[in-house]
Design a protein around this ligand. Structure first.
Ligand code: PLP
Ligand code: SF4
Length: 335
């Protein structure tokens, strides 16, 4: 493993925040002043996929509201473990796209690195909830193998750090990866797929900014915000810092029943995003992961919502409605 230097003596604030995250449904519900009534079922679902909710994210939820759109994204539900639960363990064909340790190659010019298995928040609809992450760790020999795999593709222009959440790596670890990526000489762009600037804004340290500014690669940060309430003042501040150090900021949302399947919410989201210097990129139809299908929205309704957004917003605020189809050459537009 790449050692995380100096973290014992003075834990960085973001690591402290991570340590303080809610990991028990009961604690989270108590904090939100909600009666933890059917906790039995919830516990079962939580055993299948652990609960993890940073305090700062929980503070953005409405007290006493079980239907809060941020809470719904993270609260286990009995439907996850129902014997009738539909869906797949690997709905996007990641196993077939794996190319050596931690590298997924699906689309021309781009390779996705599964940099870590960890996330700061566990989203109940996550399509990676069954991914065999335990096989991944960031040992030097694995980085060697990743770099060797990337060097073999002369058309490669962009590396996407994903996971899990790549910003769960600390700055020492990221620095090592960025420095090793210099060996991939055909590479032009670095993309980070991360929820941390929003759910754990403390992670946006000045050193992270410097690391991104000093790489020779163009840096693009794709966050995931599903509802405008997620953009609290700390998140907006973190996004501004990332923007100021020169990254292009994009957002992808997942269309989620009961959370954001409403043109007015998505219009408000696009408006809030652009004022946080983030351009809406994708609106994903949910990948049918087992345990997550109760969030699914029909294609008919999804298109209806997308059409409303087109009528109500300038072109640059309209995310592309897409779905991932295993084996396809790109994400597939729905309209
Ligand atoms: C989604 C995805 C990408 C990026 O696709 P874009 O359309 O460029 O955003 C790249 N690699 C993999 C494996 C993906 O799943
Ligand atoms: S990979 Fe993304 S969607 Fe999945 S749990 Fe982590 S932050 Fe949430």
């Amino acid at each position: 493993m790449i050692p995380a230097k100096g973290s014992q003596a003075h834990p960085e604030p973001w690591k402290e925040e991570l340590r303080r995250a809610f990991t028990h449904v009961d604690d989270l519900l108590r904090f939100l002043e909600i009666d933890p009534d059917c906790a039995g079922d919830l516990t079962l679902a939580a055993r299948d996929f652990a609960v993890r909710v940073p305090r700062g994210f929980a503070e953005l939820m409405r007290k006493g509201d079980r239907g809060d759109p941020l809470l719904l994204q993270v609260l286990p539900s009995a439907q996850e473990v129902s014997p009738l639960a539909e869906g797949d363990e690997d709905p996007v064909g990641d196993a077939a796209a794996a190319q050596g340790a931690g590298v997924l190659k699906k689309y021309r010019g781009r390779a996705l690195l599964l940099a870590t298995s960890a996330c700061a928040v566990n989203c109940r609809y996550c399509f990676r909830r069954h991914f065999p992450y335990r096989q991944l760790s960031l040992r030097h020999d694995i980085i060697d193998e990743m770099v060797a795999t990337l060097r073999r593709d002369p058309n490669l222009r962009e590396v996407i750090l994903s996971g899990g959440d790549p910003l769960m790596l600390d700055d020492d670890q990221l620095e090592e990866i960025l420095s090793r990526l210099r060996e991939v000489t055909q590479l032009r762009r670095l993309r980070l797929h991360t929820r941390l600037p929003v759910v754990l804004p403390e992670r946006v340290t000045p050193r992270l900014g410097r690391l991104l500014r000093h790489t020779s690669l163009l840096s693009i940060i794709v966050v995931q915000v599903n509802h405008p309430n997620e953009l609290g003042s700390a998140a907006r501040e973190a996004l501004r810092a990332l923007r100021e150090q020169g990254s292009t900021l994009l957002n992808q949302s997942v269309l989620l029943r009961g959370v954001n399947d409403d043109p007015e919410i998505l219009t408000a989201l696009s408006e809030s995003l652009i004022h946080a210097h983030v351009i809406p990129y994708y609106l994903h139809q949910l990948d049918p992961v087992r345990g997550g299908t109760h969030f699914a929205v029909s294609d008919r309704r999804a298109r209806e919502i997308a059409n409303r957004l087109r009528a109500d917003l300038p072109g640059y605020l309209i995310p592309r409605l897409v779905r991932e189809i295993p084996g396809a050459a790109s994400k597939q537009p729905l309209c």
